[in-house]
Design a binder for this molecule. Structure first.
Ligand SMILES: Nc1ncnc2c1ncn2[C@@H]1O[C@H](COP(=O)(O)OP(=O)(O)OP(=O)(O)O)[C@@H](O)[C@H]1O
Length: 238
């Protein structure tokens, strides 16, 4: 995207979207809420930190606006700068902080998250796993540490996989979510579900997520107990 186009989009976001927009976050463990939104802009989704909108008149673009009081904007900008252009990731074309309203103009991603594929019984090809592996190796080669890569943060589009959330890639602690996900894919999904996938009920997905969260928490507690006393600071934990 050239500099003029970038400036034009930034002005439109500044003048048309931000003045009529109210995104609030009550806490960091629940999705933000959009209280007010100007006409013509449509909500694509809410995370715990930010809301993402479609860009009127251009289906290749999306605008992410962070809720006041939620950090992550600076780190996410930095990660996108380091990633540059790669088919396994989105892209940030421009960003700004206008009177505390922090936004990013992103490449809009069209597709289905792996979580939704399971819920809807959509087949997840092995290529997705390979694409995400490639993307994460590339991220590591750029000095990043992939973090929080799980079924809701990986998208399937035309048989290919893409990582949609890179906001935690500067965190120092290691994260096993993607290797756990891959293990489940090869041990359970590929032999049992990949040939004739069926919709996995939401209650079962929620049960698996809770079980997984509980196992991770137990693992971390165990690891912290196993550390020698002078090495038990949080930064040492996996
Ligand atoms: N580039 C994009 N194109 C289309 N939709 C997107 C894009 N980025 C995010 N979304 C949608 O917006 C939702 C929220 O975005 P995202 O997960 O990045 O927010 P967040 O607050 O940073 O997330 P988290 O709660 O994981 O920290 C996503 O679940 C997805 O539905």
């Amino acid at each position: 995207m050239d500099e003029d186009t970038r400036r034009r989009h930034a002005e439109r976001i500044r003048n048309e979207l931000l003045p009529g927009l109210e995104v609030i976050s009550e806490n960091s463990w629940n999705p933000v809420q959009v209280r007010k939104m100007p006409p013509g802009w449509k909500l694509l989704g809410c995370g715990n930190y930010a809301a993402v909108f479609s860009y009127p008149g251009d289906s290749r673009l999306a605008v992410k606006v962070y809720a006041p009081g939620r950090d992550g904007w600076e780190a996410e900008r930095q990660v996108y700068r380091l990633i540059g252009e790669h088919p396994g990731f989105g892209r940030c074309h421009a960003s700004g902080d206008d009177g505390g309203k922090r936004w990013m103009l992103l490449k809009r991603l069209h597709g289905k998250t792996l979580y939704d594929c399971l819920l809807e019984g959509v087949q997840i090809p092995e290529q997705v796993i390979k694409d995400v592996d490639d993307a994460l190796s590339y991220a590591v080669s750029r000095g990043l540490r992939p973090h929080d890569v799980h079924g809701k943060n990986v998208m399937l589009k035309d048989g290919r996989g893409m990582v949609i959330d890179v906001s935690d890639f500067l965190k120092l602690e290691s994260c096993t979510m993607w290797s756990d996900m891959k293990r489940a894919y090869y041990a359970i999904y590929k032999p049992l579900l990949s040939r004739s996938p069926f919709p996995v009920p939401a209650w079962m997905m929620d049960g698996m997520r809770s079980g997984y969260r509980w196992t991770r928490k137990r693992g971390k507690e165990q690891a912290s107990r196993d550390l020698p006393e002078d090495a038990s600071g949080d930064g040492m934990l996996p």
